[in-house]
Design a protein around this ligand. Structure first.
Ligand SMILES: NC(=O)c1ccc[n+]([C@@H]2O[C@H](COP(=O)([O-])OP(=O)(O)OC[C@H]3O[C@@H](n4cnc5c(N)ncnc54)[C@H](O)[C@@H]3O)[C@@H](O)[C@H]2O)c1
Length: 331
C-alpha cells in the first residue's frame, strides 16, 4: 500500500478526519491537495495541517465551486471525500444548510469529477446515522436504512450519488459508514459535534461531564488512526464487488463507561441529566457495528482500544491545547 508520488485530493482536509488523512498521506510521500472552505460551524482548523503545511496545497474553496479548484482536480488519482457537516442537531435546526453542505455540494462535486477525472477512485465518509434506530445489533450492511434526522437523510442521498455514478462506470467509489470517531484534531470547541467531543473537552478543562439519560446507551468508537488506515486501504482497491461498508470500533462501551475513563484521566466528575428538548428525538439509543464485511473485503479491523486511544488523544490536546480550546464552552 504505497502512496508515495501519488496525486491525491482530500476534501474537508482542514477538518478532523480529513486532516489526519492528509498528514499521513503527506508523510507517506503523496502529493496532497486539500479542498476545504473552512465552513463556519464545522471542524476546520488550519493548525491541523501544521506538521505538513509546507508539503501540501490547500485550496480554500467549496467542493462544488469548480471554478476555484478545477486544475487541482485534474490528474488526481484518488479522492478522499471527507467534506461535510457532521452535526445531527444542527441539521435539525437548519435543514437547508445541511442539505446544501452534505448533498447539493456533493452532487456538484461528483458531476464535475466524472467529467474531469472519469473513473477516479473515491472514498466517501458516510455515517452510521443512516440506519436510524437499530432493529438489531450489531448492525450489518443489510440492516434497513431509516435515518431519523436530516443529516442522516442528506448523507444517505450523497452516498447514493456515489453509488449511482459508480454503477454507471463514471467514478469508482467506496462508501464507508463510519461510527463515532475520536482522536487528535477533533473539533473540541464545537459542542454540537457530539458526545465524545464533549467528554474530551470537559476532561481537558477538568469540568463535569454531562450525560443525557442514564448513560447505559452504548457506542463502538473508533480511534482516528484506525480510520485513516481503512481509508488508505480502501483507496488502493478498485471496483470492489460491493462498495458500501460499515467501519466500526473494536469494542462497545456505554457512554457512562467512556465518560468514567476520561473523567479519571482528567479529574472530572460525571453527571446525568434528562435529554434536553431536540436531542431525544434524534437519539438512536445504542449502536454497535458488525465489521465482518469490511474485514472480509479489505482485511481491515480496528486495533486501538478506547482506553489507549483516549490516553493518546488527551496527550495530543494537552500539548496543543491553545489551538483547540481557545475558550471555555458549554455543552
Ligand atoms: N467524526 C465522526 O465521528 C464521523 C462519524 C461518521 C461520519 N463522519 C463523516 O466524516 C466526514 C468528516 O467528518 P469530520 O469529523 O472530519 O468533520 P469536521 O467538521 O471536522 O470536518 C469537515 C470539514 O469539511 C469542510 N467542509 C464541509 N463542507 C464543505 C464544502 N461544501 N466544501 C469544502 N469544505 C467543506 C469543513 O470546513 C471541515 O473542515 C463528514 O462527512 C462526516 O459526516 C464523521
Amino acid at each position: 500500500m504505497s502512496y508515495s508520488g501519488k496525486r491525491v485530493l482530500v476534501t474537508g482536509g482542514l477538518g478532523f478526519i480529513g486532516s489526519n488523512l492528509a498528514v499521513r498521506l503527506a508523510r507517506d510521500g503523496a502529493i496532497v491537495t486539500v479542498v476545504d472552505s473552512a465552513v463556519p460551524g464545522c471542524g476546520a482548523n488550519e493548525f491541523n495541517l501544521a506538521p505538513v503545511r509546507s508539503q501540501i496545497t490547500w485550496i480554500n474553496s467549496a467542493i462544488g465551486d469548480l471554478d476555484r479548484h478545477r486544475t487541482a482536480i485534474e490528474g488526481t488519482g484518488i479522492v478522499f471525500n471527507m467534506a461535510g457537516e457532521i452535526s445531527h442537531i444542527n441539521s435539525m435546526r437548519d435543514p437547508v444548510r445541511d442539505l446544501e453542505l452534505n448533498t447539493a455540494e456533493q452532487l456538484r462535486f461528483l458531476l464535475a469529477l466524472r467529467q474531469i477525472c472519469p473513473g477516479v477512485r473515491v472514498i466517501y465518509a458516510s455515517t452510521r446515522q443512516v440506519y436510524g434506530v437499530p432493529q438489531y445489533l450489531p448492525i450489518n450492511e443489510i440492516h434497513p436504512v431509516n435515518p431519523i434526522d436530516f443529516n442522516g437523510i442528506h448523507k444517505h442521498a450523497a452516498a447514493s450519488y456515489h453509488r449511482l455514478l459508480t454503477a454507471n462506470g463514471e467514478i469508482d467509489a467506496t462508501i464507508l459508514r463510519l461510527t463515532n470517531i475520536y482522536g487528535p484534531r477533533m473539533a473540541l470547541n464545537i459542542p454540537e459535534q457530539g458526545v465524545l467531543g464533549h467528554f474530551f473537552r470537559r476532561a481537558l478543562l477538568g469540568e463535569d461531564m454531562e450525560i443525557f439519560g442514564d448513560g447505559r446507551q452504548f457506542r463502538d468508537p473508533v480511534y482516528i488512526d484506525d480510520i485513516v488506515e481503512v481509508c488508505l486501504i480502501a483507496g488502493t482497491r478498485s471496483r470492489l464487488p460491493s462498495n458500501t461498508m460499515n467501519a466500526g470500533g473494536i469494542e462497545a462501551l456505554s457512554l457512562a463507561a467512556m465518560a468514567e475513563i476520561l473523567a479519571n484521566e482528567g479529574g472530572s466528575r460525571v453527571r446525568y441529566r434528562p435529554f434536553p428538548e431536540g436531542h431525544k428525538a434524534i437519539d438512536i439509543g445504542s449502536f454497535s457495528t458488525d465489521n465482518s464485511f469490511i474485514r472480509e473485503q479489505l482485511g481491515w479491523q480496528p486495533k486501538v482500544s478506547f482506553s489507549d486511544g483516549a490516553h493518546r488523544t488527551l496527550a495530543y490536546f494537552r500539548e496543543h491545547r491553545e489551538h483547540y480550546l481557545p475558550r471555555t464552552t458549554s455543552r
